[in-house]
Design a protein around this ligand. Structure first.
Ligand code: GDP
Ligand code: IMO
Ligand code: MG
Length: 424
C-alpha cells in the first residue's frame, strides 16, 4: 500500500481539514506530518463546526486510527484543550489517537520567545501565530529540543536545560526571567498526555503499510509557507511540501501514492510577506466578506486576492501533485469577471517562474474569464455546473497540467463534488 498525501498549495487555509474529513472513509489511518497548533483546520457537518489544531482531521470518522507524527511540534496545553473539547462531545480519543514519541514539545518559553523575536523584528515581523512554532523547531534542529517521549525518560534534566537556555535569551532581550506562572498548567497538561499511546510512529505506519492498510497524510500550512520553497523569510518553520511527509512520518519516497494538492478558487494569506495578487480594493473586501476570510486560530483578517497560477504551478511541481482539489468555488458566485494571474512582470520583463524574492516589484499579468453568477452552494453534482464554471476548471487544468478531482461549494461535508472522468 501507499501513503496518499493531502497538502495546501497556497499560503494555508485552503480547506485541508474539510477534505481530509471527506476522504477519511476511504482510509484506515490519517496522520499529521508537520506543523503544530499554528494550524486551524475547520470541519463542518450536521450543523456543527469544529476547529482542529494538532489532532488529525480524520478523528470524526469513527473507527479510524489517527496519528500525530514525529514531524509535528506539540503544545500539551493546547492539545489537552482540543482533546477535552472533543471528549466533551462524546468522542473518546485515547483508543484511536497515537502520538509519536519523536514529536517535539512546545514549551511555555517557546511561546515567549516567539513573541520576543517578533517584537524585535518590528515592522519586519513575520506575523506568526504566536504559538512558539519557530522556536520549537529551532530547538529541534539545534539539538536542544524536548520530545514527547522524554516525558517517560529523564524529563526533568532535559526540560531544565532547555528552559535555562530560553530564560537567558529572554533576559538578554529585556524580558522578565520568571516563567513559573506558566509552568504549573503546562506540566499538568504533560501528565494528561500520558493517557495517550505514545509510539514510534514510523514503525506503526510502516507496519500498517505492510498489512495492506491505507494511509492519508494531512499537511498543515501550505507550500508557499514552506521553510525551503515558500516566500522566505515570511514562512513557517517546517517543510510543508510532500517531502515533509517522508521525514515527518518516516515514509520512504517510493511509498508515496496520490498527492492531493488543494487550493482556493482565489487566494488568501494571513500574516506578513509578499502576495503578488493581493487586492487592496473593494474586490478584495468582497472576497473577504463572502468567504469569511478570518483566521480560524487567530481571528486575523486574511488578505485576499485573485488566483496566482505562477505560485500554483510552482507548488504543483515541488509536490508532484497528481490530483487537484478546488475549494470555495461558491465565494466567486457573484463576480461578473474572474481574473487569474498567469505570469509576473518584473522590471518590465514577463516571467512565469516564481522569483527568488517576491517583493513589491512584481506586477501580476492577468487573464480574464467570465464569471458564472449562479448560486453554487446547493449543487451536488458536476452536471449542475454552469458553463462558465466548467470553462474556469478547464482553464486551470490546462494551466496546471493536473486534473481537478474535487470541487467544494460550501463549508459543509456534503457540499463536496467528486468529479469522475473517463479513466475511472
Ligand atoms: P485549512 O487550514 O486548510 O483546514 O482551512 P481553514 O479551516 O483554516 O479555512 C477554510 C475555511 O473555509 C473554513 O472556515 C471552512 O469552513 C471554509 N470552507 C471550506 N470549504 C469551503 C467552501 O467550499 N466554501 C466556503 N464558502 N467555505 C469553505
Ligand atoms: P493551516 O494549517 C495560514 C502563517 C502565519 C505566519 C507564518 C509563520 O490552518 O493552513 P508560524 O506561527 O507558523 O511561525 O507563522 O505562517 N501560518 C499560517 N497561515 N494557515 C496556517 O495553517 C498557518 N500556519 C502558519 O500567519 O504568516
Ligand atoms: Mg487553517
Amino acid at each position: 500500500m501507499k501513503v496518499d498525501v493531502l497538502l495546501g498549495l497556497q499560503w494555508g487555509d485552503e480547506g485541508k481539514g474539510k477534505i481530509v474529513d471527506v476522504l477519511t472513509p476511504g482510509y484506515d489511518v490519517v496522520a499529521r506530518f508537520q506543523g503544530g497548533p499554528n494550524a486551524g483546520h475547520t470541519l463542518e457537518f450536521d450543523g456543527q463546526k469544529y476547529i482542529l489544531r494538532s489532532i488529525p482531521s480524520g478523528i470524526f470518522q469513527g473507527g479510524k486510527t489517527n496519528i500525530i507524527g514525529n514531524g509535528v511540534v506539540l503544545d500539551p496545553l493546547l492539545f489537552r484543550e482540543e482533546a477535552e473539547s472533543l471528549a466533551a462531545g462524546g468522542r473518546d480519543l485515547t483508543s484511536r489517537l497515537l502520538i509519536s514519541k519523536k514529536a517535539h514539545l512546545i514549551l511555555p518559553t517557546h511561546r515567549l520567545l516567539d513573541a520576543a523575536y517578533e517584537a524585535a523584528k518590528g515592522e519586519g515581523k513575520i506575523g506568526t501565530t504566536g504559538k512558539g512554532i519557530g522556536p520549537a523547531y529551532t530547538d529541534k534542529v539545534s539539538r536542544g529540543g524536548v520530545r514527547v517521549g522524554d516525558i517517560l525518560h529523564n524529563f526533568e534534566a532535559k526540560y531544565a536545560a532547555a528552559k535555562a537556555r530560553h530564560v537567558a535569551i529572554l533576559q538578554s532581550l529585556g524580558y522578565p526571567s520568571d516563567v513559573s506562572h506558566l509552568e504549573a498548567e503546562w506540566l499538568d497538561a504533560l501528565e494528561y498526555l500520558k493517557r495517550f499511546t505514545l509510539v514510534d510512529s514510523e514503525h506503526v505506519i510502516n507496519g500498517c503499510l505492510a498489512e495492506g492498510k491505507s494511509i492519508l497524510a494531512e499537511g498543515a500550512q501550505g507550500t508557499m509557507l514552506d521553510i525551503d520553497f515558500g516566500s522566505y523569510p515570511f514562512v513557517t518553520s517546517s517543510n510543508t511540501v510532500c517531502a515533509g511527509c517522508c521525514t515527518g512520518l518516516g515514509v520512504a519516497p517510493r511509498r508515496i501514492g496520490e498527492v492531493y494538492g488543494i487550493f482556493k478558487a482565489y487566494c488568501t494569506r494571513v500574516g506578513s510577506g509578499p502576495f503578488p495578487t493581493e487586492l487592496l480594493d473593494e474586490t478584495g473586501e468582497t472576497i473577504c466578506r463572502v468567504g469569511h476570510e478570518y483566521g480560524s486560530v487567530t481571528g486575523r483578517k486574511r488578505r485576499c486576492g485573485w488566483i496566482d497560477l505562477v505560485a500554483l504551478r510552482y507548488a504543483v511541481m515541488i509536490n508532484g501533485v497528481s490530483r487537484l482539489i478546488m475549494m470555495k468555488s461558491d465565494v466567486l458566485d457573484g463576480f461578473e469577471t474572474i481574473k487569474a494571474c498567469v505570469a509576473y512582470r518584473i522590471d518590465g520583463k514577463e516571467t512565469d517562474a516564481f522569483p527568488y524574492e517576491a517583493d513589491g516589484a512584481i506586477e501580476p499579468v492577468y487573464t480574464e474569464l467570465p464569471g458564472w453568477q449562479t448560486d453554487m452552494a446547493g449543487m451536488r453534482s458536476e452536471d449542475e455546473f454552469p458553463e462558465e464554471f466548467n470553462a474556469y476548471l478547464t482553464f486551470l487544468e490546462e494551466e496546471l497540467g493536473v486534473p481537478v478531482k474535487i470541487v467544494s461549494v460550501g463549508p459543509d461535508r456534503e457540499q463536496t463534488i467528486i468529479r469522475y472522468t473517463e479513466e475511472e
